[in-house]
Design a binder for this molecule. Structure first.
Ligand code: PBG
Length: 332
């Protein structure tokens, strides 16, 4: 199109000309305080243990976990979420609600280190703790028993609350889990403790590296019987989020982030509570792998993805790059 003089031509490029103009008109910003860092802590190890499919991410010792938490605080990160990897697993996932379980003891360490400088959350599920690797108790025929599992989640929530968790985040996708956890917390005297529900969580191949990190790959079958199916329309994700809000969720999550931005957007439009998105292990691994080959600009790709996730509607973003990205954002 040629701009003819005297004719008011649309020129969207006018506001793109300089960095200062672009910064001024930007609608979406990512701030360090929007980011939440997932951290793995493993029981009984003397040194941090690298996760081969997630370069730069480790299973922490209790000591290195404290340091990682302090670094996150230093970078201005908004929160962290703890995942425990126990030494011993069993069919009922006993470590999940044991007062001496790894997450419960690690919470005390982290809180001693960071206090209230960021929000210390705990993932609440059984898969890291069960010997079969599923997110719930099994029936004799090997199916995940929804209602029997709810009692285990309730017990884990109370154990995490007693250990000082500041937000519990149920990720197991059992129907009714938020209501069960909420009422157990209230009965135990933790009515002020918020629940961040992994509401729209899809059965995703993007969790592959996490299962190495958390040592929780299912020993048989998969999670498609309880996690959502990628082929359903985003309305199903909205339904899950609304159910969780009705059950008392204080905030909801969509997971993974990148392949489910439509769901994220629909959920953000539908609910009036804060919305989180989880940029998961496979999303991290793909960028790291391509960057290591020199095929993409790692920093720009990470920031572009975080911006896209925020633009789709996430208030907070769980990302393994939280500490590093927070430092980059401070420089912008
Ligand atoms: C289940 C849980 C999973 C993740 C977070 N919580 C794995 C799963 O559902 O199989 C995945 C996170 C990631 O891939 O980064 N407790």
């Amino acid at each position: 199109m040629t701009a003819s003089p005297g004719f008011p031509t649309a020129r969207p490029r006018r506001l793109r000309r300089t960095p200062a103009l672009r910064r001024l008109v930007a609608d979406v910003r990512v701030r360090p305080a929007d980011l939440v860092l997932p951290l793995f802590v493993k029981e009984g190890i003397a040194e941090p243990h690298p996760i081969s499919s997630m370069p730069g991410v480790v299973q922490h010792t209790r000591d290195s976990l404290r340091k990682a938490a302090a670094e996150a605080v230093g970078a201005g990160v908004g929160g962290l979420i703890l995942f425990g990897v126990p030494e011993v697993k069993d069919a009922r996932g006993s470590g999940a609600d044991d007062a001496d379980g790894i997450v419960q003891v690690a919470l005390a360490d982290v809180l001693a280190e960071v206090g209230d400088d960021l929000v210390v959350m705990t993932d609440l599920c059984l898969d890291e703790y069960t010997d079969h690797g599923h997110c719930g108790l099994l029936t004799p025929s090997g199916e995940v028993d929804n209602d029997a599992t709810l009692g285990r989640y309730a017990a884990a929530a109370v154990a995490q609350a007693r250990a000082g968790s500041q937000v519990v985040a149920p990720s197991g996708m059992m129907d009714g889990q938020v209501a069960a956890i909420r009422s157990a917390l209230d009965r135990a005297g933790f009515s002020t403790l918020p629940v961040l529900a992994y509401s729209a969580k899809y059965a995703s191949a993007f969790y592959g590296p996490f299962r190495e990190a958390a040592e929780c790959a299912p020993q048989f079958g998969d999670r498609a019987g309880y996690q959502q199916d990628a082929g359903r329309a985003s309305a199903e994700g909205v339904r899950e989020a609304l159910l969780d809000v009705a059950e008392g969720a204080d905030a909801v999550m969509v997971k993974p982030a990148g392949p489910y931005l439509d769901v994220l957007h629909a959920v953000a439009e539908a609910v009036d509570v804060p919305v989180a998105a989880y940029q998961v292990s496979g999303e991290y691994a793909m960028v790291e792998a391509a960057a290591a080959q020199g095929w993409i600009d790692r920093r720009r790709v990470v920031l572009e993805q975080l911006t896209g996730i925020r633009r789709a509607g996430a208030g907070m973003v769980l990302t393994y790059w939280a500490t590093e990205a927070a430092a980059w954002l401070d420089e912008l």
